[in-house]
Design a protein around this ligand. Structure first.
Ligand code: TPP
Length: 591
């Protein structure tokens, strides 16, 4: 059919051949137009028309996961590694609800994920039809935006808007729910060329489209400059916003210009080189003692792109009581949400750091840095014998000459991975910080590995979290995704066991966890697997896993009751660290 249409970009009347397509075809075309080339998904009744159309669009590579949760995490991992939106697809009902944990994870950590779900046909909606679920209602609190597409004519714009919303400002997940009959209905294709998305390669300093506010419109900037120029004990606390904004260089230059030490939160790790003399470490519940003490003694904290969550601040009433806080955040609602803020600067971290670089006079905080150096304690290692996480992580770093990305799961190993690996390159540490989702690492690492084919991508999990999504080994085999998996096997849900040891009289209730024989499991999937007990052969085993093409699984038998130190007890202040093994309490429940 020939039709006249208005060019979207030029606003001029042009003649164009417009085709009539099905909703599914329009969806595929619009995805291509948005620059999408990779989808993680799982088919089912209500999304079948889309899967029917998909083979017509070879530019859209589809990865068939083994569980929809993994699709959402993989899309999340891909987005974190690239700065582009990750896309996941599921059918209605159970397919859609299986996405929920992944979307909540992306929401808490501000990752642009676009989720596409099939919905029952419009005439069936509201009748408890087979596999009908109100996924819009379910996901509204855990997405930036969720939309039901009711007319095929609205589909292309709904998809365009979904990508724009996911990527702009503070990024986050968006869900598009498409009834089956909208997928089969026909409409004129009004799209243009492949505009692509905002964003870019986050590893090389690219960032999402973060408009922020013009710096000139920030009256508080002068006050921030004054405070930063005159404070005696200033600190920078750098969060995920550094990575989202690609503000690595600006952070480094600002820190070097002022001599202000830099603390990186769990999600800020790899936003600042760890070997830099100004890098202090991680704050909060498992932060180093000198980092937390420095926070407690600071007279000024410049927080950049972090939300001062409870794991970072400990007891809020006792947090940094002598410090004024300057808070840079893209989201106005973050300012003053958790900590009283002297100056709130709303905008893009990169732009605002640039503004500070040009305004804050060069200074040196040497006396303050010496003071902090005096607070450093020898690291407490609760590993008495056998393999230590430190040895494992240094073997992993050595095997790839430091060029690798680490995706961690949630638990004790996550803290060791955060604290012991020396991250030198931007955005090479990826983890579920906000939601703390066990099972994240393996599927998220698939997305990261597809985004970074030129370097080893490690999924590091505990024996608990690994068992939550280990089915994705099948996806890796079918799709040839070379994730290197490391399981830290301590026979426990270690972090919960640690809390039970410290705060529940060692009552190990429901924390001992049995594992299958992971080496034979790897073999069953046709991939390389090896168990490492004791230090012997560690380096060689890790090198072999990296050298072999394709996925590999290494099981590290670590000490069963080792603990993460230091630890701020929940609800306590940053000054109250547990720094060593508590006196052994009687074991109440035999294991
Ligand atoms: C999906 C999910 N369920 C439960 C928890 C609570 N939780 C946090 S850490 C942890 C233990 C993790 O054990 P494991 O994966 O073996 O890692 P380890 O702590 O031993 O390193 C649990 C159960 C969680 N964070 N996520």
């Amino acid at each position: 059919m020939k039709a006249k249409r208005r060019s979207r970009s030029l606003g001029t009347e042009i003649s164009a051949l417009s085709e009539v397509l099905t909703g599914s075809q329009i969806l595929c075309r619009t995805l291509l137009e948005q620059g999408v080339d990779l989808l993680f998904g799982y088919p089912g009744g209500a999304i079948m028309p889309f899967y029917h159309a998909l083979p017509e669009y070879p530019g859209l590579r589809h990865v068939l996961v083994r569980h929809e949760q993994a699709a959402a995490h993989a899309a999340d991992g891909y987005a974190r590694a690239t700065g582009r939106a990750g896309v996941c697809v599921a059918t209605s009902g159970p397919g859609a609800t299986n996405l929920v944990t992944g979307l909540a994870t992306a929401h808490m950590d501000n990752t642009p994920v676009v989720a596409i779900t099939g919905q029952v046909a419009r005439a069936m909606m509201g009748r408890d039809a087979f596999q009908e679920t109100d996924i819009i209602g379910i996901t509204q609190p855990i997405t930036k935006h969720s939309v039901l597409v009711e007319e095929v004519e609205d589909l292309a714009d709904a998809v365009r808007e979904a990508f724009a919303v996911a990527l702009e400002g503070r990024p986050g997940p968006v869900l598009i729910d498409i009834p089956k009959d909208v997928q089969t209905a026909r409409a004129a294709w009004t799209g243009g060329g492949a505009d692509g998305q905002a964003g870019g390669d986050r590893a090389s300093g690219g960032r999402w489209g973060l408009p922020g506010r013009a710096v000139a419109g920030l009256p508080d900037l002068d006050e921030a400059v004054r405070l930063l120029s005159t404070a005696h004990r200033p600190l920078i606390m750098a969060g995920h916003g550094i990575i989202l904004a690609g503000a690595y260089e600006e952070l480094r230059i600002f820190a070097e210009r002022t001599g202000i030490p830099v603390i990186t939160t769990l999600l800020g790790i790899s936003g600042f080189p760890e070997s830099h003399p100004l890098h202090l470490g991680m704050p909060g519940m498992h932060g180093e003692v000198h980092v937390n003490r420095a926070i407690q003694q600071a007279d000024l904290i410049l927080g950049v792109g972090l939300r001062f969550d409870d794991r970072v601040t400990g007891n809020l009433a006792a947090f940094a009581r002598g410090a004024k806080v300057i808070h840079i955040d893209l989201d106005r609602s973050e300012i003053g949400k958790n900590v009283p803020t002297a100056v709130g600067l709303v905008g893009d971290a990169r732009t605002l750091l640039e503004a500070l670089i040009s305004r804050v006079p060069a200074r040196d905080c040497e006396a303050w840095r010496d003071e902090i150096a005096g607070l450093v304690r020898p690291r407490v290692d609760s590993f008495r014998d056998g393999l230590s996480p430190e040895a494992i992580l240094s073997a992993i770093a050595d095997a790839s000459a430091g060029r690798c990305t680490i995706v961690s799961d949630v638990g004790q190993h996550q803290m060791w991975v955060a604290k012991l690996f020396r991250y030198q390159r931007p955005n090479t540490h990826i983890t579920s910080g906000g939601l703390g989702t066990m099972g994240f690492a393996v599927p998220a690492a698939m997305g990261v590995a597809m985004a970074r084919p030129d370097e080893p991508v490690w999924a590091i999990s505990g024996d608990g979290g690994f068992q939550m999504n280990m089915q994705e080994m099948a996806t890796m085999v079918q799709e040839n995704i070379p994730v290197k998996m490391a399981v830290f096997n301590n026979g426990y849900l270690g972090m919960v066991r640690q809390w039970q040891q410290f705060f529940h009289g060692r009552r190990y209730s429901a924390t001992p966890i049995w594992s299958p024989d992971y080496v034979r499991l790897a073999e069953a999937y046709g991939i390389h697997g090896r168990r490492i007990e004791g230090g012997a052969g560690l380096e060689e085993a890790v090198r072999e896993a990296v050298a072999r093409p394709g996925p590999a699984l290494l099981e590290f038998m670590i000490e069963q009751e080792a603990n993460v130190f230091p630890m701020i007890p929940p609800g306590a202040s940053l000054s109250d660290a547990i720094e060593a093994e508590p006196a052994p309490a009687p074991r109440l429940v035999p294991v």
